[in-house]
Design a protein around this ligand. Structure first.
Ligand SMILES: Cc1cc2nc3c(=O)[nH]c(=O)nc-3n(C[C@H](O)[C@H](O)[C@H](O)COP(=O)(O)O)c2cc1C
Length: 447
């Protein structure tokens, strides 16, 4: 069974998958289900009757809440970041296989009509139908490394998409390199590749490092790849749908607005244009969509393990005893728990987390706490902020620098001023005044 289908079964077993047989509109109604589910810790969905798209089953909200991550990775939520870190440190390279279910059906020319796919309209002011869960695969023309990333795609015609893909992205950079050579850059976009590829696609690792190795290590075995039919790229053999095509060199067209990961809209801009050359898919292919928008929903949860792994890695450069980390909202707030042994090492952690940009989380705020604070419990984090932090002594303010790329308050686009809070108890002081109030026996009572 494919990773995608095994994940659906695991979600069903965990009580986190609901089948919806009644007709639902692809315009807002599917996204509304995910929105409500994300806001109420609800399930993922399989929509079996999408209006205007008979025969299609649509999977949505597969990363709608944090409760999906233990199902996807088979471990407790508190173990997810270390599991991801292990995969980054010990990748398992993908392997090429001769054939794959994702090519049971091959549609080229006019038959490759993407308007037939149940592509969804998500948020109120979105420019139109957006394909949001497709993992993009493109081989860097200089290094030959298969770049992997996830970029939203605005449907503009049967075989045309607008894509928001900044230059810092692997595939974005490869497209620019191909443009320099006057070449149309071929990529493939895979839907329903399963949780290991979906989560691995978010890895914050150097461009020279192969992301599918992370996906393989999360799976515990190599990811099987097949060569595409019309472009020089490989895709996961078991994916549900693959859209192949080329970026048109030097062509930019208006794309957006789109409800973004910061909970605000990414505005209209001139962006890349992707022309479809083939759709390949399983005979009984399912479509997958993901909601982006107000935290916390698909986009945030899908990115969370990779973001937290990078926060932890950066923090460890400053303090070897990083106990736990969390990324809040669109990862603009990094919370780091450390066991501190030096008076001001929390300050070094703040510098280390807020400073780097390449392969790093790009946080705007960093809150450092002691190990007794649960980083994923906002009440506890705020408690540390108001009982263990003196604004005149324990706060570090930095002028605008690269980071928090979609922050609408940024004085210069893609740049943000930054703020660090040392909420750790000072060393050597009597800890008595910081003692946390505890009621004995809470674990023993029930009613
Ligand atoms: C659901 C979802 C949608 C995303 N959409 C975009 C997008 O439209 N543009 C973009 O640049 N990044 C987007 N991202 C973030 C990138 O996929 C992510 O940062 C990835 O690590 C990029 O890889 P790269 O920087 O190594 O190329 C999205 C992430 C998720 C989970």
């Amino acid at each position: 069974m494919s990773d995608f289908r095994a994940y659906l079964e695991a979600l069903a077993r965990a009580g986190q998958l609901v089948r919806v047989a009644r007709p639902v509109s692809p315009e807002f109604e599917i996204a509304a289900h995910v929105r409500k589910s994300s806001d109420t810790q609800g399930p993922a969905f399989l929509f079996e009757n999408v209006v205007g798209h008979p025969g299609w089953t649509l999977a949505a909200g597969l990363y709608g809440t944090m409760a999906r991550l233990p199902v996807a990775l088979g471990c407790r939520l508190g173990e997810v970041v270390d599991r991801y870190g292990e995969a980054v440190r010990k990748p398992i390279a993908p392997r090429r296989v001769a054939s794959g279910a994702c090519q049971e059906v091959v549609l080229t020319g006019d038959k490759a009509d993407c308007t037939k796919l149940p592509i969804v309209v998500h948020s109120e002011l979105d420019a139109g139908r957006y394909l949001t869960a497709g993992v993009m695969f493109g081989r860097d023309p200089e290094t030959g490394i298969l770049g992997v990333g996830l970029q939203r795609m605005q449907l503009k015609g049967p075989r045309r998409f607008g894509v928001n893909m900044p230059a810092e992205r692997r595939v974005g950079r490869a497209v620019l390199k191909a443009e320099d050579r006057g070449e149309a850059f071929g990529v493939a976009v895979a839907l329903g590749a399963g949780p290991f590829v979906d989560l691995g696609s978010q890895a914050k690792i150097p461009h020279a490092q192969e992301k599918l190795g992370v996906a393989g290590a999360l799976a515990g075995r190599p990811i099987d790849l097949v060569a595409c039919k019309t472009v020089d790229a490989d895709v996961p053999a078991g994916a549900e749908i693959v859209i192949e095509g080329h970026f048109l060199p030097k062509v930019r067209e208006p794309e957006g607005p789109f409800g973004e990961v910061a909970g605000t809209y990414g505005l209209l801009g001139d962006r890349h244009v992707f022309e479809v050359s083939a759709i390949t898919m399983r005979r009984d292919a399912m479509y997958q969509t993901a909601l982006t928008g107000m935290p916390t929903t698909d986009n945030h949860v899908q990115a969370w393990p990779a973001i937290c792994e990078s926060i932890k890695r950066m923090a460890q450069l400053a303090c070897p005893e990083v106990v736990d980390v969390h990324a809040i909202g669109p990862y603009y707030i990094a919370v780091v728990a450390i066991r501190k042994r030096l008076a001001y090492e929390a300050r070094n952690v703040i510098l280390s987390v807020l400073g780097p940009t390449a392969g790093a989380p790009q946080a705007k705020y960093c809150i450092v706490v002691d190990p007794d604070v649960n980083v994923r419990d906002l009440d506890q984090v705020l408690w540390a902020l108001y009982t263990r932090c003196q604004p005149s002594a324990d706060v570090m303010i930095f002028p605008p620098m690269v980071g928090a790329p979609l922050d609408p308050s940024a004085p210069v686009h893609r740049h943000s001023s930054k703020l660090g809070f040392d909420c750790t108890v000072p060393l050597g002081e009597s800890r008595e005044r910081y003692n946390r109030v505890i009621v004995p026996g809470v674990d023993q009572v029930s009613w």
